[in-house]
Design a protein around this ligand. Structure first.
Ligand SMILES: [Zn+2]
Length: 222
C-alpha cells in the first residue's frame, strides 16, 4: 500500500492542494487553483474571429501566455491528465460568461488519432468535455466524431496544405446521435481554427443543427 501511495503521489496532487503548483491551498474562487497560480493566468472568455460556414462561434478561455504554454505541455505531453480539473473549471467560467450552455443538447470533443491517443493514454479534449458535461448535466458523446486519418500539425503547413491535410480526416459513426442537435465542441488549444472548422463541417453535413466551439486557449495569430 505504501508503494501504491507513493506512485499515486507522483501523478496526483495531494488532497487540498492546488493542481497547478501542488504547493498552495486553493483560493476561495476555484476548487483546484491557488491565488498565486491564478494570477499567472489571463482569462479572457473571448470569441475567435474565424470565417466559417459551419461553426456559429468559437470562444476560448485563456490567453496563450508563457505559463499557459507550460501547462498545455504538461497536460498534453507529460502525462498530467489530472489537469483537466483546474482547466475544466476555468472553461466553465467562459460557458457561464457567454451563456454557452443554453440550448446545448450535446457535447463533443475534438478527436485524436487512435495511434496518438494510445501513446498518450488519454485524449485531453475528451477529459475536458467529460468534466464540463458532468458539471452542466449535458450529455457527452464519446467516440462518435472520430479521426480516421493521421494528419500533420496544422500550424506547420501553408493554408493550401492545411486544407488538403484535413480532407477526409474526420467521420461520424452514429449520425442519429447528432441529428438536429445543438452541439458544443470542445478542444484544448486552437492553433489555426481550420481543424475545428473541418470537424464542424462533418457535423453539419451529418445534420447537426448547430455547432459552437470552445477551446481552453488559442495560439492563433490575430
Ligand atoms: Zn498553485
Amino acid at each position: 500500500m505504501e508503494f501504491l501511495k507513493s506512485i499515486q503521489n507522483l501523478f496526483f496532487p495531494a488532497r487540498g492542494l492546488c493542481y497547478l503548483c501542488r504547493e498552495n491551498s486553493p483560493g476561495k474562487e476555484y476548487a483546484h487553483i491557488c491565488q498565486d497560480c491564478f494570477n499567472l493566468l489571463e482569462p479572457v472568455h473571448k470569441e475567435i474571429d474565424i470565417d466559417s460556414a459551419f461553426l456559429t462561434k468559437i470562444y476560448y478561455t485563456l490567453v496563450y501566455n508563457r505559463y499557459m504554454r507550460d501547462i498545455i505541455r504538461d497536460y498534453k505531453f507529460h502525462g498530467k491528465s489530472y489537469l483537466y480539473k483546474p482547466l475544466g473549471e476555468l472553461m466553465l467560467r467562459t460557458i457561464e460568461a457567454k451563456s454557452l450552455g443554453e440550448g446545448i443538447d450535446l457535447i463533443l470533443y475534438m478527436p485524436a488519432h487512435r495511434r496518438k491517443e494510445a501513446k498518450r493514454g488519454y485524449n485531453q479534449a475528451e477529459l475536458l468535455a467529460t468534466y464540463i458535461g458532468k458539471e452542466l448535466e449535458i450529455e457527452v458523446s464519446h467516440n462518435n466524431l472520430v479521426k480516421t486519418r493521421y494528419t500533420k500539425d496544422q500550424n506547420k503547413l501553408s493554408k493550401l496544405e492545411r486544407m488538403t491535410n484535413l480532407r477526409g480526416a474526420f467521420t461520424i459513426r452514429n449520425r442519429e446521435g447528432i441529428r438536429g442537435k445543438r452541439i458544443l465542441l470542445i478542444d484544448d488549444i486552437i492553433t489555426t481554427g481550420t481543424t475545428m472548422d473541418e470537424a464542424s463541417r462533418i457535423l453539419i453535413k451529418n445534420e447537426a443543427r448547430e455547432v459552437l466551439g470552445l477551446a481552453l486557449t488559442s495560439s492563433r495569430k490575430l
